[in-house]
Design a protein around this ligand. Structure first.
Ligand code: SF4
Ligand code: MG
Length: 284
C-alpha cells in the first residue's frame, strides 16, 4: 500500500519560500495516501499560474493544461477512465476569471472529481494584478493605486447557487484541516469544490497569513452546524463574509453525472464489449 513518500517526486517546487501552495501540495499527497490510493490511481490536472505548477510536483499522473481549462481536461479524463481519482487545480485567476464558465458548469454537472482552488486573491505569476477575488478597495501601488472599485467574487455562495454537492474551504496554515477536506472531497461521490486560502507572500501584502488568522471562522466554532442543510450553509457563509472554513455543505443523495449516463450503465458497456469496473460487474 502506498504511503505519503510514494506521492513525492524529485522535482523541487520553485514557489517563493512561504507560499501557501506548498501546504496544498502536501495536503493532496497526504490525502491520497490516507484514502489508500496508489500513485497510478491519481491524476492532477492544473491550469496556468503559480499554483498551476502543482501537477508536476506530485508523483502521479499530471497534466499542466492551458489557462482556465483545467476543468474541461479533467472532466474528459474522468469520463474516459472512471476508475481514476481526478483532481483539477489552479488559482483564483484561473478558475474565477477566464475559467469561470467551466467552474459553474462543472459544479452543476456533478462529475465525481475534485476541484481545488488555491485562492491568494491576486494574480501571483504575473506580479500582483487584481484578480476576481481581490477585495473592493484593494490597493496595489502599480495597478490600482487608488484602490480597486470592483467587488470580489464570492466563491462559496457561487458554488452553492450553482448546485454544488460538496463545498469546503480551508487555509494553508491549517494542514490538518486542509488534508481532511481534500480527503473527504476525494471520497465524495460527485463534484467536490474546495477553495483554499493560500497566501501569496510576495505580492499580496493585505491578505497575509496574519490577516487570514484574524478573519477566518472555523465551522467547529458554530454550535449545531449541519453541513447537509443548504440554507444554513448559505446563511453562515453570508454571515461570515465568506470566511468560513471546514466542510460547509455536502449532499450525498444526488447522483453523479456518470451514474446517469446511459452508455455507462453496466448493461450498455457489456453490450459494447467494453471494459467495466468490478463494482459495475457486480451489478450485472
Ligand atoms: Fe506563491 Fe506568490 Fe510566489 Fe507565486 S508569487 S510562488 S503565488 S508567493
Ligand atoms: Mg491567484
Amino acid at each position: 500500500m502506498a504511503t505519503l513518500k510514494d506521492f513525492r517526486n524529485n522535482v523541487k517546487p520553485n514557489w517563493c519560500p512561504g507560499c501557501g501552495d506548498f501546504a496544498v501540495q502536501a495536503a493532496i499527497q497526504r490525502a491520497a495516501a490516507n484514502v489508500g490510493l496508489e500513485p497510478e490511481n491519481l491524476a492532477v490536472v492544473s491550469g496556468i499560474g503559480c499554483s498551476g505548477r502543482i501537477s508536476g510536483y506530485i508523483n502521479c499522473y499530471g497534466f499542466h493544461g492551458i489557462h482556465g481549462r483545467s476543468l474541461p481536461i479533467a472532466q474528459g479524463l474522468k469520463m474516459a477512465n472512471r476508475e481514476l481519482t481526478v483532481i483539477a487545480s489552479g488559482g483564483d485567476g484561473d478558475g474565477f476569471a477566464i475559467g469561470l464558465g467551466h467552474t459553474v458548469h462543472a459544479i452543476r454537472r456533478n462529475i465525481d472529481m475534485s476541484y481545488i482552488v488555491m485562492d491568494n486573491q491576486i494574480y501571483g505569476l504575473t506580479k500582483g494584478q487584481n484578480s476576481p477575488r481581490s477585495a473592493k478597495g484593494f490597493v496595489n501601488a502599480k495597478y490600482t493605486p487608488q484602490g480597486s472599485i470592483e467587488s470580489e467574487l464570492a466563491p462559496l455562495e457561487m458554488a452553492l447557487a450553482a448546485g454544488a454537492t460538496f463545498v469546503a474551504q480551508s487555509f494553508s496554515s491549517n494542514l490538518k484541516q486542509l488534508t481532511t477536506v481534500i480527503e473527504e472531497g476525494m471520497k465524495h461521490k460527485g463534484f467536490s469544490f474546495i477553495n483554499i486560502f493560500s497566501p501569496c507572500v510576495t505580492f499580496n501584502k493585505f491578505n497575509t497569513y496574519e490577516w487570514f488568522k484574524e478573519n477566518i471562522v472555523d465551522l467547529d466554532e458554530i454550535p449545531d452546524y449541519n453541513p447537509n442543510d443548504r440554507v444554513m450553509a448559505m446563511t453562515k457563509i453570508m454571515e461570515t463574509n465568506g470566511m468560513l472554513t471546514g466542510i460547509i455543505y455536502q449532499n450525498k443523495e444526488k447522483q453523479s453525472y456518470e451514474e446517469m449516463v446511459p452508455g455507462f450503465k453496466p448493461e450498455a458497456l457489456a453490450k459494447q464489449n467494453m471494459k467495466i469496473t468490478e463494482a459495475e460487474f457486480e451489478k450485472l
